[in-house]
Write a protein that binds this ligand. Structure first.
Ligand code: BGC
Length: 470
């Protein structure tokens, strides 16, 4: 019992340190909404420049996710995590001490690049060190860290508004988690799965013995060895017929996570609250902090229940909740002028949207894309899925205000609601249940060309396959 607890403790520490990359992801994407208000007091900014400052992190993240698949397969998960912590430190320093707008842009691009690499290296690394029965909970620690990062950024935005040169402090605080990540990664082990892939069996055995606090790890090593062919996967291999379906699944899930509108709320909540009728800035900022809090709480729920309730029930329920909330928002904006109570309903819908997202798509995307790809191409394929997520994040957040102007709030939210219905249909037929099964079993199922929905089956279920092919 004691031994089990000690190994559990170690695995939690390892995952928590890696999840600091998630905290930086949340913090650095959330901080800009507040910082921008003060940057524009120090520099003369055109609208295009403002948009560029906001989207530079997303552009950097897109580039980072594109390259990182290759880098992480080549250099290993641990070294990449170390590299991104240094990029975070450099980017934060450049942005905080900037005397030219261009320096802010360059700093934020560096940070974005680090976020892009970290947004998949951290879940990937955690999934590869975790024992399978805890994988859901541990990988979703990363999403929990993202939401804590967003909440911290909202609180810091709120707290630092009266400080001289406040935007420098807002950016600058991000250096602390980056330093913790850097120091922590120096002591963390390399992923045993990556080590096996490099044929470093002895090192992998030593790491696993330590992580599992057991000498009996030969079965796990054998399973890992079996799970990839002797050849190293290349970019071309991710398009081979047996991998294509899961590549498609990952890219579509990245698309779904963004086009259902999460970042219209995360990045623009104060604007939405003001549109709904909460005119004074302080109540809309306070409500935004509330959004940050419920986001964290609902993610904690996901961490506890993803493994026991399963991915699919949470995913499907969450999409229904998101649909109802968005429909509610659309109706509120349609009838807004007619009833004062409407603004409170709008706030309720926004909160229920965030809760529904947080316990479903928020945690599940990063978890599932760290689970479904075969080891020989895991890095590259996951990079494609994560790139899809950042690309659609960029598209949605840079078109939201334009859509509001062109279509009005009611129709805009209705569009995201329709995306929820389409996403529900896709997930119902295609999303696999991956809880309670090893990564090696998932890979074996993919090699057997099981239908997407069945790739998480511990033992192939004929019923599911028949249902899907009919
Ligand atoms: C998404 C982000 C989003 C965050 C909100 C993440 O899973 O990828 O785009 O801002 O959740 O909690």
């Amino acid at each position: 019992m004691e031994l089990v607890n000690r190994s559990r403790f170690l695995i939690y520490i390892v995952s928590a340190i890696a999840a600091l990359a998630g905290l930086l992801f949340g913090f650095d994407t959330g901080i800009i909404s507040g910082a921008l208000l003060f940057i524009q007091k120090d520099f003369i900014l055109s609208t295009e420049m403002k948009e560029l400052i906001v989207s530079s992190v997303l552009l950097g993240a897109m580039m980072g996710s594109l390259f990182s698949g290759h880098l992480t397969d080549r250099f290993g998960r641990r070294r990449l995590m170390l590299l991104i912590s240094i990029l975070f430190i450099m980017g934060t320093a450049i942005a905080s001490f900037a005397h030219e707008v261009y320096a802010i842009l360059i700093g934020r691009l560096f940070i974005g690049f680090a976020i892009g690499i970290g947004s998949y290296t951290a879940p990937l690394y955690i999934a590869e060190v975790a024992p399978f029965e805890l994988r859901g909970a541990l990988v979703s620690l990363n999403q929990l860290a993202i939401t804590i990062g967003i909440l911290c950024s909202y609180l810091i935005n709120y707290a630092f508004t009266t400080l001289e040169g406040s935007w420098r402090w807002m950016f600058g605080i991000g250096i602390l988690p980056a330093i913790f990540l850097c120091v922590g990664m120096i002591f963390l082990p390399e992923s045993p799965r990556w080590l096996v892939k490099q044929n470093e069996i002895e090192k992998a055995t030593a790491v696993l013995k330590k992580l599992r606090n057991s000498n009996d790890i030969s079965k796990e090593i054998e399973d890992i060895k079996k799970s990839f062919l002797m050849k190293q996967g290349s970019f071309k291999d991710i398009f081979s017929p047996w991998i294509r379906p899961v590549l498609f699944l990952g890219a579509i899930l990245g698309f779904i996570q963004q086009v259902t509108g999460i970042n219209t709320i995360i990045y623009y909540a104060p604007t939405i609250f003001q549109m709904a009728g909460f005119q004074d800035a302080s109540s809309s900022i306070l409500a935004t902090v509330g959004i940050g809090v419920v986001n964290v709480l609902a993610t904690i729920f996901a961490v506890f229940f993803l493994d026991s309730l399963g991915r699919r029930p949470l995913l499907l329920t969450g999409l229904v909740g998101m649909f109802i909330s968005l429909l509610g928002l659309s109706l509120v904006f349609h009838f807004n002028d007619q009833w004062v109570m409407m603004r409170w309903i709008a706030m309720g819908c926004t909160f229920s949207f965030i809760i529904s997202f947080a316990f479903s798509l928020g945690a599940i995307l990063w978890l599932v894309v760290s689970e479904i790809f075969p080891l020989e191409v895991r890095g590259i394929a996951m990079g494609v899925a994560v790139f899809s997520c950042w690309f659609w994040n960029f598209v949605v957040s840079s078109t939201f205000l334009t859509l509001l102007n062109a279509l009005g709030a009611s129709t805009t939210f209705l569009c995201y609601a329709v995306m929820c219905i389409l996403s529900f249909v896709f997930c119902y037929y295609k999303a696999p249940e991956t809880s309670g099964v090893t990564l090696e079993q998932i890979e074996e199922n993919i090699r057997k060309r099981l239908p997407l929905r069945a790739i998480g089956q511990p033992v192939f279920s004929k019923t599911l396959a028949t249902e899907e092919s009919s």
